[in-house]
Design a protein around this ligand. Structure first.
Ligand code: SF4
Ligand code: SF4
Length: 383
């Protein structure tokens, strides 16, 4: 099953509207992170090692829906932390669906079976289940035995209840193409998810395990090896064909970080979901005051190994619109998995990494404590 027609039509109309208006930068997907707290502690995660004061922060229902309205993107992805730990997640989802936006909730599924009754099946709601491979690989990736079985049981239950379910799989440098191919067969034919979103892991500066992320060259070789094994099998990916072609080394794109802006407990994150280089107070400020040319592969050292969807899927969508016949040709004839690759972006002029995130976190904590003390002082004055 392809991405639902209603979703394709809505996104197509949205993109067309912006192209006709000549909008220079517009978002496709809002990455909404209402909390960083999680009930797992995966080695490759760069979101969960904050102090408790930050892990205990939540975006309210109003914060979330204001962000959705302010941003205007047709799709809202809710990664985390674990979204189902947010006590008002059902209200957040219901509010987004009521706005006729497509919600993709990314969950490790540990709480999903218990919480499914809070949600209503809808073409606007998709659960994206974190599965980094078959049982052995997934349990290793999430550093806990038994998680694969629970995620699979929750996936089956959600499908039985009529929910739209996809899987998201992050690959690291120890990925074995044969095992990934077996996982794809399992996800398509046994588990029956509608699609798989397959991403190369990115070395978050905060991730505890910095050793096992993929470089661009390794990503391209790995995706070629995986796609080779899928020829003729009709595997369903949620990424665009152009983006998969990019991952297989057949196209070179420059990053479009504003295509998937991130709103989290710190504010509007600059420049993307992966890098916390600063925060804007509003979506408008993010779009207008971020120095976008400072980021992306070839521009910034921290972006050198990135091929992640939050920067490059929007570039693929733009390319599809500019060159529809080329995209159609790739769809019809398949993705090339042999031969020369497209030339890699020159990294020699990338500006050096700046280590600003810890400073931003420290400032956030200072501001938080100041606000708390002011609130306490107001309370005792009133008493
Ligand atoms: S499930 Fe997701 S948010 Fe939770 S620790 Fe793992 S990668 Fe991080
Ligand atoms: S290349 Fe783009 S998406 Fe990747 S880390 Fe840099 S700005 Fe973010």
């Amino acid at each position: 099953m392809a991405i639902p027609l209603i979703q394709q039509a809505r996104i197509g109309a949205y993109v067309l509207k912006h192209r006709v208006k000549g909008t220079k930068r517009y978002p496709l997907v809002l990455m909404l992170e209402p909390l960083f707290r999680c009930n797992l502690a995966c080695a490759g995660c760069g979101k969960i090692d904050y102090p408790d004061d930050i892990l205990n922060q939540r975006l309210s229902v109003k914060d979330c829906l204001d962000a959705v309205d302010e941003c205007g993107a047709p799709v809202v992805a809710i990664p985390g932390g674990e979204p189902l730990l947010h006590k008002e997640m059902d209200q957040i989802v219901a509010g987004i669906v009521a706005r006729k936006k497509f919600v993709i909730m990314c969950t490790n599924a540990l709480l999903l079976e218990k919480k499914l009754h809070l949600f209503t099946p809808s073409p606007y709601l998709t659960f994206s289940i974190h599965l980094d491979g078959l049982k052995e690989e997934h349990d290793k990736s999430v550093c806990q035995h038994g998680v694969f079985d629970r995620a699979v049981a929750a996936t089956r239950k959600a499908r039985e209840m009529g929910f739209r379910v996809i899987a998201n799989c992050t690959l690291f440098d120890n990925a074995n193409p044969e095992r990934v191919a077996q996982f794809m067969d399992y996800a398509m034919n046994d588990l029956g998810v509608e699609h798989v979103t397959m991403s190369p892991g990115y070395a978050y500066e905060r991730a505890p395990d910095q050793q096992h992320f993929l470089s661009r060259k390794k990503t391209k070789v790995l995706f070629r090896e995986i796609l080779k094994r899928g020829k003729g099998k009709k595997w369903r990916f949620s990424q665009s064909t152009n983006f998969l072609d990019f991952l297989a080394g057949n196209r070179e794109y420059h990053c479009t970080p504003w295509g998937m802006p991130t709103r989290n407990v710190f504010g509007w994150q600059r420049p993307c979901y992966l890098l916390g280089e600063g925060y804007a107070n509003s979506f408008r400020e993010l779009m207008e005051e971020t120095e976008w040319d400072k980021y992306g592969t070839g521009n910034y050292e921290k972006c050198s190994n990135c091929m992640v969807h939050c920067g490059y899927e929007p570039s693929s969508v733009t390319d599809t619109l500019k060159h529809p016949l080329k995209a159609l040709k790739t769809t019809v004839f398949g993705i090339k998995t042999e031969g020369e690759m497209a030339p890699e972006i020159d990294l020699s002029k990338a500006r050096p990494a700046e280590w600003v995130h810890d400073r931003n976190v420290a400032k956030f904590l200072t501001d938080l404590h100041t606000k708390r003390q002011a609130a306490k002082a107001r309370e005792s004055n009133a008493a």
